[in-house]
Design a protein around this ligand. Sequence first.
Ligand code: ADP
Ligand code: MG
Length: 511
Amino acid sequence: MVVTNSQTRENQTALLSVRGIYKSFGLNQVLKGIDLDVSSGEVLALIGGNGAGKSTLMKIIMGIYTHDRGDLLLRGEPVTVANTAAALARGIYMVPQEPLLFPNMNVEENVVIGFTQSKAELHKELVAVMEDVGWDLDLSRKASGLSIAEQQMVEILRGILRHADLLILDEPTSALTFDEVKSLFKVIRDLQQKGIGIIYITHRLAEVFDIATDVAIMRDGIITIHGPVSDFTREDLVRGLLPPDAEEAVKATGSVSAVDYSAEPVLELRDFSGYGFSDVDLKVWPGEVLGVAGVVGAGRTEMATTIFGMDRVLGGKVLLSGVDITGKKTRQVIQAGLNYVPEDRHLNGLFKICDVAANTTSASLYSRALGSVFLNRRAEREVTDGYVKSFRTKITGQEQLAGSLSGGNQQKVVIGRSLASGPKIVVLDEPTRGIDAAARGDVYSIIHQLRDKGVSVLLISSDMEEIVELADRAVTMYQGRINAEFKKEDINQDNLMAAAFGIAGKEEIGA
Ligand code: ADP
Ligand code: MG
């Protein structure tokens, strides 16, 4: 149990004070007057959705970005932090979301790199620190063999050796397993005992009650809630995360879905398990848009890639229109009638150096209906033309290289490609992340068109509004399991958010 010591803290000067910070990128005002304090021995959890401005604020504190207005004070003194070296010199250290280690160097070499003192001196100091914190980490191990949690320990050691008295951890647990989270929390408690102030960024609400003494919620560039954790209930925090018009949004939904739930499901998962998710039971009916909400790292993408034959099945079954396709190869899954549009179209989705036409038809090379027709360039052009027109894809011509399109248009090419194989169901993974509002509207209308044609959509999205807008039914995934299901009339941001953060009714988390 963490004890909040806010009473004693009131008489104490904060380690760091942020006062009235504003920051815009071009026309995008990202921070709109941020006030925040962190004291010695405080663990401040900073939470907020994607794009709320958390990382931007931290980068300002670290001297990576400059702010437009406002002040930073260290121990009450106004300071200018010109760059990262200046931040380090003032005792501020940030552990980046992705640790940056040299894989061929060992733990010790990675910790001490960049220091000017002698290696022997540093070694002595490091051994003392290790004894002090009591971590079980072999200094001579190669970095390439470390788990993410251990890599983060290395980053934290770098901070300790630099005598940081303020440590910033930017979403450290998003890639960690349960045990790794536990060991990281022990590390944080140790540091707290030593009087180090910590800003701990997370999207997991439950962690706030586990590790933090104080909490701040950021939404759209403002702090909506700030104070000792003991002042707030989980419900308070969820409110702080939601947009102010959420109550309205809740009322605005409620249209009844037209899906025929007596038909045979198109897709059925039974006790389906794989890396990152387990025991998933799920049905999707013809023409249904099933929203799968959750936070990043909940296991949704892993579930999709495992269905799609890209990752190993660890248990259970996948049925497509009653046919068992469990563990089939990707091309067989496509032939059976399921296609997948991955989350990161840059990594997985698009052959950037191929043209639009080749990108549109590449998946249908495997398609049941079209056989090898698409080896034929003319047929390829016709199909592509159809999708370019109906999706309003802005291209100079089919020969344009896909990599040179805007994000929204790239996404349309990738979706078009998945439809060219004539699927019964498509899995769309974060289909509108990072694309502009106009393209988003187009993607929404593509989803409506699919539904009207009887094609089912499994819509994986971290954007709750998107699920409220599009889904006929929704489930939430939390830490690899489906933890809640909502009928159309019950889908609203409040319900989805609470369940996605693991605080919905039946599955109490924490511990
Ligand atoms: P969070 O960490 O809370 O997810 P960020 O601080 O990363 O949020 O982003 C907040 C907003 O600032 C987003 O709209 C993002 O697109 C924008 N943003 C962040 N960094 C930059 C940058 N270097 N240039 C332009 N826009 C940026
Ligand atoms: Mg961030």
